[in-house]
Design a protein around this ligand. Structure first.
Ligand code: 5IU
Length: 365
């Protein structure tokens, strides 16, 4: 897979996870292999930066537990708002939760509690310390959730609304899930209160086969406000990344540990999309795992040095996109402070996007 394009890998084999295929198409479409690690202090800032940086990234990585004022409301909370932004800009949400307990506990932590990670995060990750059942347990929980949500999607409505007093004519509700789509549930309630203003409600059976989507189109991208129109709906599948290698100094993940991660991933391709690792672990021709890599910074624009910035004084070790993508076969770089601490994070994200994409095209040649 090191020399295959993202577009080719999107259609590779029957084994490729639907969300991986979607992500690879998104990468190709947006010319981006950049993930923002959105470690900001509060929810308002998080939503602001997600909206600003959204066009440049394909994944937004969160740690919901370091965000002050995270709103847990299922329909109007921070997670739901992130989902709306993800749909608008075309990126996946990755909650860097690093689950690390016995199967039964992680299932509850994944679907329950206040945060209900499964509802808004397309991707999450695990520490493999508890053994392979951490993966199968989360896979089971994700499958149950998908079954439920797909049932709800199937019974969702597409509604036309007529508000003559507003002079707005008919408003199309579109094909949505009323449980998760705030606008539509508001419209429905609103229309209901005004009695008789709903002009049509049709039950929709929506297929989420991403390959069938006619909406994927390159021409509408990066064209002012048109930027969002080319982006297809993400599948309702949930995906997992296994933490196989860390960027921090003195971490305990040795080669044997990393190999055990690879082994579990190969046995659970229906759920495992890939790894958070410092290098590609794809060894067999049929391996099509995504490698997402933190510990990445570019040297400052005004003083380009060979090695960039080395660390943060707290154990973090940085490498350049070039080194990670060309040298180590990583697919997506994860950048936090390199972007967030810049004077203009939006422009800086664009600089990282370009650098990472250039490294990818170098790898392809
Ligand atoms: N992160 C790492 N290294 C790792 C793993 C996760 O840095 O090996 I696993 C997380 C921590 C932080 C982000 O959320 O990735 C990196 O942020 P900075 O780019 O600001 O260092």
């Amino acid at each position: 897979t090191l020399t295959s394009t993202f577009a080719t890998r999107a259609t590779m084999g029957v084994d490729t996870h639907p969300l991986t295929s979607y992500l690879l198409r998104l990468m190709d479409l947006k010319a981006s292999n950049l993930c923002l690690s959105a470690d900001v202090s509060n929810a308002r800032e998080l939503l602001l930066v997600a909206d600003k940086v959204g066009p440049a990234i394909v994944v937004l990585k969160t740690h919901y537990d370091l965000i002050a004022g995270w709103d847990f409301h299922p329909q109007t909370g921070t997670g739901a708002k992130l989902v709306t932004l993800a749909r608008k800009h075309g990126f996946l949400i990755f909650e860097d939760r690093k689950f690390g307990d016995i199967g039964s506990t992680v299932q509850q932590q994944y679907v329950g509690g206040s945060a209900r990670v499964v509802e808004w995060a397309h991707i999450t990750n695990v520490n493999m310390i508890p053994g392979p059942t951490i993966v199968t347990a989360l896979a089971e929980a994700a499958a149950k959730w998908k079954e439920r949500i797909n049932y709800e999607v199937k019974t969702s409505v597409s509604a036309g609304f007529s508000y003559p007093e507003d002079g707005e004519g008919t408003e199309e509700g579109g094909c949505v899930n009323p449980r998760t789509d705030v606008n539509t549930s508001n419209h429905l309630r609103d229309a209901d209160e005004r009695k008789g203003s709903i002009v049509s409600i049709t039950t929709v059976t929506q297929s989420f086969e991403p390959a069938d989507s006619p909406r994927l189109s390159k021409t509408t991208l990066r064209d002012g406000d048109e930027v969002y129109l080319g982006i297809e709906e993400a599948p309702t599948d949930r995906g997992l990344l296994i933490l196989a290698q860390m960027s921090s100094a003195g971490n305990l993940m040795n080669a044997e540990y990393t190999n055990a991660c690879l082994d579990t991933a190969r046995k659970n391709k229906g759920f495992v999309m890939g790894f958070v690792a410092q290098q590609s672990l794809n060894g067999e021709p049929e391996d099509n795992f995504i490698t997402m890599t933190p510990g990445c910074q570019l040297p400052p624009e005004d003083e380009p040095t060979e090695n960039g910035i080395n660390g943060d004084g707290l154990g973090q070790q940085y490498k350049t996109p070039e080194k990670l993508i060309v040298g180590s076969g990583c697919d997506i770089i994860i950048v936090g402070r390199g972007i967030l601490k810049a004077d203009n994070p939006q422009l800086e994200a664009e600089r990282y996007r370009k650098a990472a994409w250039k490294a990818y095209t170098t790898r392809m040649n």
